[in-house]
Design a binder for this molecule. Sequence first.
Ligand code: AVJ
Length: 332
Amino acid sequence: MSLAHAAPVLPAAAPSALGAEVLRGLTATPKTLSPWLFYDARGSELFEKITTLPEYYLTRTERAIFREHASEILATAAGDRRLALIELGAGTATKTGLLLKAALERQQSVTYCALDVSPSALEEARTTITSQFPGVTVETRVADYTENLSAIQPLKNSATRRLVLYIGSSIGNFDPADATGLLRRLRQRLAPGDHILLGADHAPGTGKDTATLLRAYDDASSVTAAFNRNALVRINRELDANFDLHAFRHIARWNPQHSRMEMHLESTRRQTVSVAALGLNLNFSPGETIHTENSYKFTPGSIAHLLADGGFTVTHSWTDARRWFGVYLASA
Ligand code: AVJ
């Protein structure tokens, strides 16, 4: 059959998850993009670099808490049972080693189930953990834990308790209602006596000033700025857009009403950007921003409240000497 007279083929509307998100977010007022967009290969690399910046205290502070308290954390979660560990958004699982080591000091073998959307990160996690800790059986699940927690199945052996690791302040990316929803869905998959270990960054107040937070999200070497702009780099490449990277400024601001750090990309001038793959033309006025990320900051009270809404009870918490970061153990 000849196609010579067939109707012209129109570009499929938003064929990909990225296309759907760009269509939704950049045609909204105000313009927004979801932070998951940052994490292509380059963005994941930039984030890894952020975690080693002098200004980004979060990763090293949480690691120091684990270094000091891992045995106590594991002992408290275990009680008189064996533990199985599950990690949400495991990534390459660089901080998890400290907890696995402490688990292996209590029991000869440990199963560790790592969930992440990135197959390559999970393979890296498997390789490092199995070589470092022969006693750990690594299971990996490629899954978006915000949509699918089916990797977490009831245990056949009731002598084992589960400890779900949700560390690194990842919870901070969710609005309170979404965070509560996620915790509730997780709670449904757990049994009484199972625990969640939640790492949360603390709001400014006693011991931490707002300037410390602003520096953590707007570092002197501009790695965070590059991480933020990477959302546009990715849209240019994957959706054939023409964002001028020099015409969008990285902004980090503290929002005290919502107790969150925000990242935006601010248009430095009036401009029109085309996203060819979506057949979209976007107008920006000078100073208009794309809101790219929220990072909620907590107090011990607000975390206890959030966990309670999710069906968990905080039993113990640990922090650093400056109280900049908190690690919260809560029972199902
Ligand atoms: C990976 C969500 C915990 O919010 O601090 C780092 C991401 N954004 N610098 C955070 C991020 C800017 C990070 N989380």
